[in-house]
Each structure stands twice: as C-alpha cells, then as structure tokens.
Design a binder for this molecule. Structure first.
Ligand SMILES: [Zn+2]
Ligand SMILES: [Zn+2]
Ligand SMILES: [Zn+2]
Ligand SMILES: [Zn+2]
Length: 343
C-alpha cells in the first residue's frame, strides 16, 4: 500500500500530498496527544483513544490486544496479563479512600486562609452554588473549598452571597439558611482567595508560571471565579473542562462526574455534593495529566515564535517534498500540555 500521503500521526490517508500538507497545518499533532499503546496512532482526546480501543467502532487489532491486557481507566497497555492484574490490584482511586478524606474535610472545617508556603505551588478550587433571582436560576457561591496537591485541605467554608437566596438547592447542596447567616461575605472570601493564589505577586505582573503565584486547578473555573468575583491570569489556570485531551470528540466539555468515573474509576456527586470531593477529583485528573512522560522539546508549542517548525515558515512546495514522518516530527501542539508543568 502506498503510504506517501498518509498522516504519520492519525493515519488518515489523503489522495493528494497537498491535502496531507493542509491537514498537517491544521491538525497540530504532537507527542503530547493521547497515543494508542499498540499501533501508536495519535488521538486528539482520550475519548477518541477510548473509541479507537473499546468502540463503538474500534480498530480490530488494537481492540483484541487491549481486551487482553489494557486498563480501561488509564487506557495503558501492559506487557502481559500478569502485569495488568498487578496494576489493577494496586488500583487507581477508590471512593473508599475518598470517603475518608471527605469525612476528615467535614470534621476539620477550615475557614481561615493563611499564607503558607509549605503548601506547594498547585491548588485546586471548587464551589457549590445556591440560587438567586426571582426564579432561583442565578448561581450564587455558597460554599468553597481549596486543597493542595497532596489533597490537604487549605480552605473550606460557607460563603454569604451578596444577593438574597431564593433557592437553597437543598437536595444537592445540603445547605440550610442558618449555615450562611454568619458566613463570610463572598467579596471578602474572593479577595482572600485571590491573594492566596497570587502569593505575593501583584496580579498585573504575573507573566510566567515560574514565579511565586500558584497554579490553579478546577473544573469550569470561569464559572467558579466569576461567582467568587476573582480574576486570575490564564497562564496559571488548568481547567479540566477546557483541556483538549479531556474533552469530547465533539470538542464540548465533559462533566466532572463523567471524567471522574471514566478516568479515575469512581463515582462522585451522588446526592448531596461537597466541593471538597470536586477539588480532589480535579487535582487527581490534573496530576494524572501532568505525570505523563512526554518527550521534551525546546519549543513545545506551535505558537512559540522561535519555533521554525510551525509550518507557517515553510513554502508549500518544500512541505510537499517532505515525508509524512518528517512533517509529524516538526508538528507542535496548539495547547499547553500539563506535563510541561513538571519540567
Ligand atoms: Zn493526522
Ligand atoms: Zn505533554
Ligand atoms: Zn491502535
Ligand atoms: Zn490503569
């Protein structure tokens, strides 16, 4: 078979070389994409990798091997069935250990937010909202939690909204009016959190992820930060709702409940929801993504100015003479891979 016009990343076949070149300009394949452990096909998201391995229309050869010695939570392939069993015995995460953390978090309600640098650089944040406005549909922050990357509680408190609450959403929040009556007003909580995140760096001066300011992990942080009236620079935000490898093939966000079930292997948000549980799940997802062992490059992003490998600087005729492997080699990601946080 003629492989000349076949993408070396996703294995799509094109009739003409110019179509492959066009595909390479816009696909942003890179070694940061989820890659099948069997045929090494590059996928845009873990969901498309899952479809490739498990179905509904899997690649037969990969499916057969995956069924034999692949883990359906982390999607890794193991060298033998024995190695897979060993991996499964160690387990991923369980609701059990999460349950203990949850109870501890409730026991040690921590509503004082102190600057404390022993906590490390990464924190995750989650809120629970009650309803405001005449129909109760306006989201008002009523509870907020922050944990560090070792799942230690930093801050866990009720918040007093600055508008009247018209629906406590008791079934999912478990919040009663008396819990909020003497709580700290949302504006004050927001300011405390912003100060904690900036960690002494003036917010307008934050230009790099290597300063003192902390990396903020969460799910749908736009919404959480808006209801807390907190601003934070994009380059320090790691949002599991907006991270391409964790999104649907349709490029829409997955719910945190789904991501936790699919990629951590346990259930959350059944019945009354605690923001601590969401913090733990997003932090675990973040750490899983960050721990991926990807090849290091001096200019990892397509948008890096110094990167002559971004296709734009090459002529069409030059590209058409390159091999598919060479084009894949110089292709770079259009998103910031979280593994770069550990470099
Ligand atoms: Zn491709
Ligand atoms: Zn990476
Ligand atoms: Zn495969
Ligand atoms: Zn696994």
């Amino acid at each position: 078979m003629d492989n000349r016009n076949k993408c070396a990343g996703c294995y799509r076949q094109f009739n003409k070389m110019e179509h492959l070149v066009e595909h390479m300009r816009t696909s942003f394949h890179s070694n940061h994409e989820p890659i099948c452990g069997i045929c090494h096909k590059h996928c845009r998201s873990f969901e498309s990798l899952r479809e490739h391995l498990i179905g509904p229309l899997p690649k037969a050869e990969c499916e057969r091997i995956f069924k034999d010695r692949g883990c359906d939570v982390c999607l890794n392939i193991f060298s033998s069935r024995h190695a897979l069993h060993h991996h499964r015995d160690k387990g991923h995460f369980s609701r059990g250990s999460n349950g203990i953390l949850y109870r501890m978090a409730n026991l040690g309600i921590q509503d004082e937010l102190r600057m404390d640098n022993s906590r490390g650089k990464v924190v995750s944040l989650a809120c629970k909202t009650v309803g405001g406005g005449s129909d109760g549909s306006l989201d008002l922050c009523a509870r907020v939690c922050l944990i560090d990357e070792h799942q230690n509680l930093i801050f866990h408190t009720y918040v007093k909204p600055n508008l009247p609450v018209t629906n406590y959403r008791y079934e999912t929040t478990g919040i009663r009016p008396e819990y909020l009556r003497d709580a700290t007003p949302v504006r004050q909580v927001g300011r405390k959190i912003q100060d904690y995140l900036c960690n002494g760096e003036p917010i307008w001066q934050i230009r790099s992820r290597n300063g003192k300011a902390r990396i903020l992990v969460g799910h749908g942080l736009d919404h959480d930060l808006k209801c807390l009236e907190v601003e934070y620079p994009e380059l320090l935000i790691r949002d599991t709702a907006r991270y391409p490898p964790l999104m649907k093939t349709s490029k829409l966000s997955n719910s945190l409940k789904y991501l936790t079930k699919a990629y951590l292997g346990y259930e959350i948000q059944n019945g009354v929801q605690d923001p601590h549980e969401d913090c733990v799940a997003t932090m675990r997802l973040y750490k899983r993504m960050r721990s991926q062992d990807h090849r290091v490059e001096s200019y990892p992003l397509a948008s890096d100015q110094q990167n002559r490998n971004n296709f734009a600087s090459w002529r069409q005729t030059e590209l058409e003479r390159m091999s598919p492997e060479r084009m894949l080699e110089m292709s770079r990601s259009d998103y910031y891979c979280w593994c770069l946080d550990s470099k």
